[in-house]
Every structure is written in C-alpha cells, then in structure tokens.
Design a protein around this ligand. Structure first.
Ligand SMILES: [Zn+2]
Length: 406
C-alpha cells in the first residue's frame, strides 16, 4: 500500500462556509492554546508535553468552552494536536522553525482524520455534510485524512490523502537521479546516461512589477477605509497567484522525477543559511529549492523510494566527473570549464558536471551503507532489515499547509 494525495477545489454553501469558519476557528484556538501550554510547561519543568498529554486537556476545556463541543468535529481537534506535535518533531529534527501561533489573518485549515467519504461530485465531511467538489481524477483506495483549507483569496480546497495499491500510482523506473539545483536553470538532472535541464520559471519577476504597483496603491489608502480593504484583497490575490504557480511547477517536476526514479540524490543545501548569507538570496527564495526538496522527499517516501542528501560541502562543482581531479575554486559566473588534469582535459558544463558528481556521490553513499547498486547504477537493493543512515527522513505530511500535493 502506498499513499497518494490529491488537492481539489471545493465549493461550500454559505452555511457550510460559516460552519467551516467556526471549525477552523476552534482548531486554531486549540493549536494556539496547546502551543502555549507546551511553552509554559517547558519553561517551568524543562520538559515537553506529549501528544496524549495535550489531548488529555481537551475534555475539561470542552466543559469550559461549549463551542469546542458544538462547533467542531472532535477528531479535527485531535488532528490539530497531531499537527502540533509533528511541528515540534520537525523543529527538534531541525527541519523547521519553532512552531508559531496561528493567525486568523493567514490561511485557515481544519483536518478530518476520519469519516470522510466521496459521493459522486461531493465530499462528505463530518458535521459539515456534503460539499460540492471538483475532482480532476478519482482514486480507488481508502481515504486516510482530509484537510480543508481556505486561502487568502477565499477559495476552499480539500487535500485528501488516500491509501492505495502502489500499482495505481507510480512509474516504476529503477533509475538513480542526481540533481543539481541551479540558479540559471532550476534543476539539472543526470540519470546515468543523459542530462536534462529544467528551466526556472521566473514567476516572481513577471508578477513583481504588478505586485509593487498594487502595494503602492494599498499604501496610499486611508487606514480603516473600505477601499483599503479592497486593495488589500487585491494584493493578497497577486501573492496567491505567484505562490500557486510556483507550487504548481514544483509539484509537477517533483512528481515527474519521482516517477522516473528509485533514488534521487540532492545536495543538502541548507537553504536557510544560504538565503541569509548570499547576494543571490532573492533568486534562491524565488525558486523555492527547500520546498522542492521537501516535495521530492515526501513523494519518494510514499512510494518507498529514497532521497539521498549529500553533504553540502561535497565539492560537486569542483571535481572532474571523468578523472575525479579536484579543480581550483571557480567563480559562480564560470559556466564551463576544462579539467586541469592534462591527461584528461575534458570539457564540462558546470551544472552538468555537478549533477553527475552528485549522483556518483549518492551512489557511493548508498554502497557504503550496504545497498546493492548494479554496475550501471541502475537498480538499488537495500540489504534486508537494514535501515540506512544516509536517508534523511523526509518531512512527513507535517503541517496542513504543506499537505498540498501532486
Ligand atoms: Zn578530468
């Protein structure tokens, strides 16, 4: 069995919108309350508080606040607890920042871990009942969880996680892909025989002028005026459009590469450090490397495939893939180079060489860790019962906002 996720647009009625708003409000309240409890407990005792510990607080809170009983499906609150504890795990495992309080001005969500079903063009949610939905495709499988979100544009989506037979979903290539994440190109992928380049969609640039103009307009509006509210909504719309098209690109590409492979090797870029220190910061955050690696990692994990992250200090762009001679440091502007080993003298495209080196280093790590890799670097077989250490386990479907999918 494997998990697939699907994100669909849903169209709640006005009454259902109100019900969803109350349920989202309850979940947000509980998330913030629980986070506060965690913070306090930590301050006082130096210890955390478990998911069960948090859930144990719910019954008395429900006595105190009637609306926690009436306005929200009880399982949705439990799901919220789970999301919070995952957020803490991600923090402790250094994959995410410390959990923050949820704002009612940001994207809202509510999770339904049980009792959801699909009936024709409707999705049935506990307490909310049948909500009109548009499916691009249907899966045969069991629904694990559904998260309903409302974005800044007042649009509603349901992210559904299904458990399905693996044969329904994945492409089954046995390739190992090495990916160099670039600036000029978004990704350069080497599969052992050929290199493919995936262009960088510069959404932000295209929309930036538009955004700047709308933001200026917004700044000129009087505080608390009706037209300010309107302008604010327009700015949010442009933001949403940018982030949608970026995510769409990242989902499609990560889906394609996951289908084409068994193992994907990437550099552990420590994107956040890079963003802080580098003048390329803007371009980097635009292209969303971190998000891309995150998408890759959970798509691969769901299909029992592997993500190998190699050390970011591995000099992938300074080694000749032919003869393994280390090259002198090169400026980022150098796009092509010739090997300094006179006997080799191979000429390389910088990014292509990097993707080859990353792939080779990933294979080396897999072998060192006991995986059987065929001579061509084709198939991978892990020794039975042996958990490999090179795999950084992906950020699982941690927060509702990263549930989106492809
Ligand atoms: Zn060489």
């Amino acid at each position: 069995m494997t998990r697939v996720a699907q994100k669909i647009r849903i169209y709640p009625t006005d009454v259902q919108k109100q019900q969803l708003a109350r349920a989202m409000g309850c979940c947000r309240w509980w998330y913030n309350h629980a986070l506060n409890v965690c913070n306090q407990t930590y301050k006082e005792t130096g210890k955390g508080i478990s998911r069960n510990g948090l859930n144990a607080l719910l019954p008395s809170l429900k006595e105190e606040h009637e609306w926690l009983k009436t306005d929200v499906y009880s399982q949705s609150l439990q799901q919220t607890t789970l999301n919070l504890s995952r957020a803490f795990i991600n923090f402790f495992e250094k994959r995410a920042k410390y959990p923050r309080f949820k704002s009612k001005h940001k994207k809202q969500s509510v999770g339904f871990p049980q009792s959801v079903r699909i009936e024709g063009d409707y999705i049935y949610l506990p307490k909310i009942k049948l909500v009109k939905a548009v499916f691009d495709r249907k899966y045969i499988g069991k629904i694990k969880t559904v998260t309903v979100t409302k974005d800044s544009d007042d649009r509603y989506f349901a992210s559904i996680i299904y458990e399905v037979d693996a044969c329904f979903v994945s492409g089954n290539s046995d390739k190992i892909l090495g990916i160099d994440l670039g600036i000029k190109e978004f990704a350069i992928v080497h599969d052992g025989s050929k290199t493919s380049k995936y262009a960088n969609p510069r959404h932000i640039k295209k929309h930036e002028k538009n955004l700047a103009r709308k933001q200026k307009k917004l700044a000129r509006k009087k505080l608390d005026s009706k037209s300010r509210k309107k302008a604010k909504k327009i700015v949010a719309k442009v933001h949403a459009r940018i982030s949608n098209s970026r995510q769409d690109f990242l989902h499609k590409l990560s889906r394609k590469l996951t289908n084409e492979s068994q193992v994907i090797v990437v550099e552990n870029l420590n994107v956040r450090g890079l963003v802080r220190n580098h003048k390329l910061a803007k371009a980097i955050s635009d292209v969303g490397w971190g998000m891309f690696v995150n998408f890759l990692s959970y798509k691969l994990e769901r299909e029992d495939k592997k993500l190998v992250e190699i050390d970011r200090f591995f000099p992938s762009s300074h080694i000749c893939p032919e003869c393994l001679t280390q090259q002198p440091k090169m400026d980022l502007s150098v796009r092509e180079w010739t090997c300094i080993n006179k006997a080799c003298n191979a000429h390389h495209d910088r990014d292509e060489a990097a993707s080859k080196n990353i792939r080779a280093e990933g294979i080396r790590m897999l072998k060192a860790d006991g995986a059987a890799v065929s001579a061509s670097g084709g198939s991978v077989r892990q020794d039975r019962g042996r958990k490999t250490k090179v795999m950084q386990h992906p950020v699982k479907l941690e927060t509702p906002s990263s549930y989106d999918v492809g």
